[in-house]
Ligand binder design. Structure first.
Ligand code: NAD
Length: 351
């Protein structure tokens, strides 16, 4: 049986990945610190499943990680754990450095020592896959796309901490020979997305009849990828990727933020019309821009397509329609994860 140690598997992308992996017959050890972004509710359906073991803990806890590695002898470690919200990194960058940089270093050291002691055949097949972001490349003008050779130029404390973690992963390959793979992905959306991020936030506020905050002129462009496509890309890189390489993952779906917000409003107007029959787009309210807001991200994912045969299966229209329906059907999950410390308020204005 194949065993994977997945970190951050109670968060948005990690949990989607774990749910799919267990369904595919993988034995998963899920290590998560359960910050505000990690929620066991998301993993409810795995409660009695012997192929899923949840462990509450920190990726930077070397003793704990070492114990888990020796006890469960995973074939791969996939690192999703991170502080992931740019707005929060503006208000408190220290936590981002602690988890994304120091935590990743601790994890890498524990994994390196485990890998070094493996028998030759198992060591040969072992992989450490690091899940990262396109934000490490900085911002683009009207044209061009990020490739795997685009120089790193992170602009937020979040992306700077992710860039540092990517560099550590690279260094552990070059220095110690650790068989690593890194994926740099564009903005994800889909089920179980914590409602501080644009898409679930807008759905929640639209349903509550509240103003829909759009930063600046709303013309910032992101390349949106449905989360199930990202999970499939990660599995593809894990099984077919070339050790030491990085792979860009993107959705071929560049949209301005305002287009995303308007698409959600239009879907909700059909699925859950307002009592007064008015269009939800009238709830849109322009607010001051995020400090240092990157203007445009766009991914060139042709390396992943040409070398490993992966392409996204969902268009933005399909994915956003599915996502809006999922949130309408899972309002209880939204209520459960909003635990009191975060109630859809604006954050990230400290600059
Ligand atoms: P998320 O914030 O929803 O989840 C992060 C998870 O990590 C949470 O469950 C949290 O409890 C856990 N965690 C945080 N600190 C930890 C620690 N020290 N030890 C163990 N667990 C810890 O994030 P996400 O959106 O699911 O992103 C997952 C990964 O994918 C991150 O590395 C992120 O940088 C990357 N990524 C995200 C996107 C996106 O659009 N969401 C795009 C590209 C890359």
């Amino acid at each position: 049986m194949t065993t994977w140690l997945v970190t951050g598997g109670a968060g948005f992308i990690g949990a989607n990945f774990v749910l799919e992996a267990v369904a595919k017959g993988i034995h998963v050890i899920n290590l998560d610190a359960l910050t505000y972004a990690g929620n066991l509710k998301t993993l409810d359906r795995l409660q009695d499943n012997p192929d899923h073991l949840f462990v509450h803990g920190d990726i930077g806890d070397r003793d704990l990680v070492t114990r888990l590695l020796l006890e469960h002898r995973p074939d791969a470690v996939l690192n999703f754990a991170a502080e992931s919200h740019v707005d929060r990194s503006i208000d408190g960058p220290g936590t981002f450095v602690q988890t994304n940089v120091v935590g990743t270093l601790g994890l890498l050291e524990a994994v390196r020592d485990y890998w070094k002691a493996l028998p030759a055949e198992k060591a040969e097949a072992f992989r450490f896959l690091h899940v990262s972001t396109d934000e490490v490349y900085g911002t683009l003008g009207e044209t061009g796309k990020f490739t795997e050779t685009t120089p790193y130029a992170p602009n937020s404390p979040y992306s700077a901490s992710k860039a540092a973690s990517d560099h550590l992963v690279r260094a552990f390959h070059h220095t110690y020979g650790l068989p690593v793979l890194t994926t740099n992905c564009s903005n994800n959306y889909g089920p179980y997305h914590f409602p501080e991020k644009l898409i679930p936030l807008v759905i929640a506020k639209a349903l509550a009849g509240e103003p829909l905050p759009v930063y600046g002129d709303g013309k910032q462009v992101r390349d949106w990828l449905f989360v199930a496509d990202h999970c499939e890309a990660i599995r593809t890189v894990l099984t077919k990727g070339k050790v030491g390489e990085t792979y860009n993952v993107g959705g071929n779906s560049e949209k301005q933020n305002i287009e995303v917000v308007e698409a959600i409003c239009a879907l909700l107007d059909v699925r859950r019309p307002r009592a007064d029959g008015k269009p939800r787009r009238q709830q849109i309210t322009y607010v001051s821009d995020r400090p240092g807001h990157d203007r445009r991200y766009a991914i060139d994912a042709s390396k992943l397509k040409n070398e490993l045969g992966w392409e996204p299966k969902h268009s933005f229209e399909q994915g956003i329609s599915f996502t809006v329906d999922w949130y309408l059907d899972n309002q209880q999950w939204v209520n459960d994860v909003l635990d009191g410390s975060y109630r859809l308020q604006r954050i990230g204005t400290d600059a």
